[in-house]
Design a protein. Structure first.
Length: 243
C-alpha cells in the first residue's frame, strides 16, 4: 500500500475517491490541512501506486487495509476524511473499526442506491474507459505510467459500483462516532440523501456546499479551469475536528 505522510499533530487519514490518486482527490487541499495536523494520505487497492490483489474491490477490504496501515504506523487513533468511494470506506471503518477513529468526515458519500438517479447506476452497465474523466486518467498515469493498470483499476471500480449493496438504516443509525457529512448541492448523491443520513446518525453534523462532486475539496476532475476557489471548506473541516 502506497501512502504519504505530511506535517505534525493529530493524524488525519485521507481516503480518495474511485479512479483517483492522492493528488487528484487531495492535491489542492493537503497544503492547507497540514498547517495544523499530520496528514496520512493513502492509495487504496489497485489505485495509483498501490498494488492489486486477485480479488474484487470492496469497501470492507479497503477499510481493513487502511486500519492495518494505521496499526503498522503505530497510530492508536486518527480522524478520517473519506471522499466519494473513500467515504463508503469510512462508513465501513465506523461500523467495524470505530475503536481506531476519533471523528469521521463523509464527503460526498453514498449509503443507499437511492442517493443517485437511476441513470447513474445504469451507466456502469456499459462503461468504457473513455467515460473516465481525462484529469483522472492523466493523474493515474502521472504516478503509475501503466495503461494496463489504469484499465484494471477502471474495470474493478466499475464492478464494485455495479455490485454496490446498501447499508441498512439500522446500520447507519448505529454509528456513534462524531460524523461531519459534507455534500455538494449538485453532487452525485442528492442533498436529500445527505439529510437522510444525517437524521439517522445521532452524532452527526451536515453541511451542504455549492458545487459538483468533489468541487468543494478541490478534486481535479471537478474544477473549472483547474482553479479551486472553495478553500473555506478547510475552515469547516478544522472547526469540526477541533471542537
Amino acid at each position: 500500500m502506497y501512502y504519504e505522510v505530511y506535517g505534525q499533530g493529530k493524524p488525519l487519514v485521507l481516503l480518495h475517491g474511485g479512479g483517483s490518486t492522492i493528488q487528484t482527490s487531495f492535491g489542492n487541499i493537503i497544503p492547507l490541512l497540514i498547517k495544523n495536523r499530520q496528514i496520512i494520505a493513502v492509495e487504496l487497492q489497485a489505485h495509483g501506486r498501490t498494488g492489486d490483489r486477485d480479488a474484487f474491490l470492496s469497501f470492507e477490504q479497503d477499510a481493513d487495509d487502511a486500519v492495518q496501515l494505521l496499526k503498522n504506523l503505530q497510530v492508536e487513533k486518527a480522524d478520517v476524511l473519506g471522499f466519494s468511494n473513500g467515504g463508503q470506506t469510512a462508513i465501513e471503518i465506523a461500523l467495524k473499526h470505530s475503536y481506531i477513529v476519533n471523528k469521521i468526515i463523509l464527503a460526498s458519500a453514498l449509503y443507499n442506491r437511492s442517493a443517485a438517479v437511476p441513470q447513474f447506476w445504469e451507466g456502469f452497465n456499459n462503461a468504457t474507459l473513455s467515460i473516465m474523466p481525462t484529469a483522472l486518467q492523466e493523474g493515474f498515469l502521472a504516478v503509475n505510467n501503466n495503461q494496463t493498470a489504469l484499465q484494471n483499476m477502471f474495470n474493478k471500480d466499475v464492478q464494485r459500483m455495479k455490485a454496490f449493496k446498501c447499508w441498512t438504516d439500522e446500520q447507519i443509525g448505529s454509528i456513534r462516532v462524531p460524523i461531519l457529512i459534507i455534500n455538494g448541492n449538485t453532487d452525485v448523491g442528492s442533498p436529500e440523501h445527505a439529510m437522510q443520513m444525517h437524521r439517522l446518525m445521532s452524532n452527526s453534523t451536515l453541511v451542504i456546499l455549492p458545487g459538483a462532486h468533489g468541487e468543494y475539496l478541490g478534486a481535479v476532475e471537478a474544477l473549472h479551469d483547474g482553479k479551486w476557489t472553495q478553500t473555506y471548506t478547510v475552515d469547516i473541516i478544522e472547526e469540526f475536528l477541533d471542537k
